[in-house]
Write a protein that binds this ligand. Structure first.
Ligand code: NAD
Length: 476
């Protein structure tokens, strides 16, 4: 299908992001023109290209939006979905700008989208579409390690990022930094340890930080800590699966999982890995033996008893229509834009709290930043200093043993002496970023007496971006 009607604006996601922005801007003191520059999408590239299909052609609709150039390069995922439209890509690009500012990652925001349901195409066709999309971006200077750096999003993963990297490198022979043109690549193709699970790990850390604040939990009538908290996760894809897995590791009880085909629930807990394997085997979470309840209508799954709800599928999942029936006290937005502004107002009026998307799911872009740095420096983190670190640790252990007269066991020695691996460095950098950013947002929330964490996150982001624009000036 390629008629013009599919380009019509049938959502108001960008409008919702702007609404949140405008509200937050009232807590800042910036010039109206500067705020307008921050809020606007700088470049919106809409294009179409053909692919061969069967005996003929099919025209594919695609977008790349660069929301803000206050930092370079711009950065943001590429989404493959039959529902992608311009409004959505603009909204997601804008969220990327604020997200990067919140976690102090020096990128402007961008996003891409291809309007296809990947399940309807063969692997060869998906490769053709991905490579042609990349070439279209190259032609317009919309991709490059110092220009605009895509990453995975809904419907894409390491495989697509490999095709993009290879196409970019092929079209730019001899460019030393070509692998920095895209992140989320497989480890064997200049990716970084920990990127695959980074967004989910970040969401889990965000929740851990939130439930660790006694004052806030008291208001919600919940004890502190993740252990024992009942959690429902929507979406068992990259973000949802890893979020659920890490929360389970922290002692949380995953009582519900909602997918496209329906939802399952068990107050005693579901085994996330087993549910994932079940879905992999039969193509559905329904029929999983460990579930006590099943819902054919996936939306019902969101409304079941729990303490924390993690929407990690798509936008507009919690709306004015169902917000009143959500029983969770905390919504942690793994997905981008899952809660509409109207739903947020209803949820806060009920006494709940929302950990906003642009902070909660920023773990992905944080580790993408590490991957980009690795690609530009052409060396894996930890490679140069690991042995040096081990020797230093060994000297320290020997000295302490000498002074105290206490000998460590070989296992204790090995644990202390061991230098840091790339994965450990990445995970500690991610954890540090998520912890610092949460408390920065919460401090703004408390100090400025702001009503929601989302508004507080926006205020912080707007202030940082405003400083960048003021420092840059306007040329000519
Ligand atoms: P994904 O394609 O890996 O997984 C999405 C999952 O959601 C799929 O399993 C899909 O079947 C399910 N789903 C779709 N519609 C649903 C519905 N109505 N109800 C229940 N489940 C449904 O995608 P992802 O990468 O995990 O992205 C999910 C969300 O997280 C998106 O909003 C994306 O923008 C956001 N996000 C992703 C990343 C990342 O690193 N992948 C980073 C930041 C934000």
């Amino acid at each position: 299908m390629s008629d013009n009607s599919i380009l019509a604006q049938d959502t108001h996601f960008f409008g919702d992001v702007c609404k949140n922005f405008d509200y937050a801007a009232k807590f800042t003191k910036h010039d109206a023109g500067l705020l307008d520059q921050i809020r606007s999408c700088n470049s919106v590239y809409r294009f179409r290209f053909p692919i061969r299909r069967g005996n003929g052609f099919e025209v594919i609709d695609a977008w790349r939006v660069e929301h803000s150039h206050h930092q370079s390069p711009t950065k943001g995922g590429i989404r493959y979905s039959e529902f992608v439209n311009e409004d959505e890509v603009m909204a997601l690009a804008a969220l990327m700008t604020y997200k990067c500012a919140i976690v102090n990652v020096p990128f402007g925001g961008a996003k891409g989208g291809i309007r296809i349901n990947p399940k309807n195409y063969s692997v060869q066709e998906l490769e053709n579409i991905t490579r042609r999309y990349t070439v279209e971006l190259i032609k317009k200077n919309f991709i490059g390690p110092s220009i605009d750096v895509p990453a995975p999003d809904y419907g894409t993963g390491e495989r697509e990022m490999s095709w993009i990297a290879d196409t970019y490198a092929t079209m730019n022979p001899g460019q030393l930094d070509a692998m920095g043109s895209v992140t989320g690549k497989p480890i064997a193709l200049h990716g970084i340890q920990g990127r695959r699970e980074a967004t989910g790990r970040g969401v889990a850390i965000a929740i851990r930080e939130c439930v660790g604040v006694a004052e806030d939990m008291q208001k919600l009538g919940l004890p502190t800590g993740i252990a024992g908290k009942r959690i429902i996760v929507q979406g068992l894809g990259n973000v949802g699966f890893y979020t659920a897995k890490f929360l389970q590791e922290y002692g949380g009880i995953i009582v519900g999982i909602c997918e496209f085909e329906g939802a399952i629930y068990n107050a005693d807990g579901l085994d996330v890995e087993a549910v994932f394997q079940h879905r992999k085997a039969i193509g559905s979470i329904l029929g999983y033996a460990g579930a006590k309840q099943e819902f054919k209508n996936s939306g019902e799954g969101l409304e079941q008893p729990c303490d924390i709800l993690v929407p990690a599928a798509l936008e507009n999942q919690i709306t004015a229509e169902n917000a009143g029936r959500i029983q969770a006290k905390i919504i942690a937005e793994g997905a981008n834009g899952p809660t509409t502004p109207e739903a947020e107002a209803i949820f806060y009026a009920k006494g709940g709290i929302i950990i906003p998307d642009m902070y909660a799911n920023a773990g992905g872009v944080t580790v993408s930043y590490f991957e980009w740095l690795k690609n530009l420096s052409h060396v894996a983190f930890g490679r140069i200093n690991r042995r040096f670190e081990e020797n230093n640790n060994l000297n320290l252990v020997n000295m302490i043993e000498g002074i105290t007269g206490i000998s460590l066991t070989p296992t204790q020695r090995a644990t202390i002496v061991k230098g840091s691996s790339e994965l450990e460095l990445v995970n500690s950098g991610l954890e540090d970023t998520m912890i610092r950013s949460y408390h920065e947002i919460r401090e703004t929330y408390k100090l400025e007496k702001i009503d929601t964490l989302r508004t507080a996150a926006f205020v912080g982001a707007i202030n940082k971006i405003a400083v960048s624009y003021q420092n840059l000036g306007v040329w000519p």
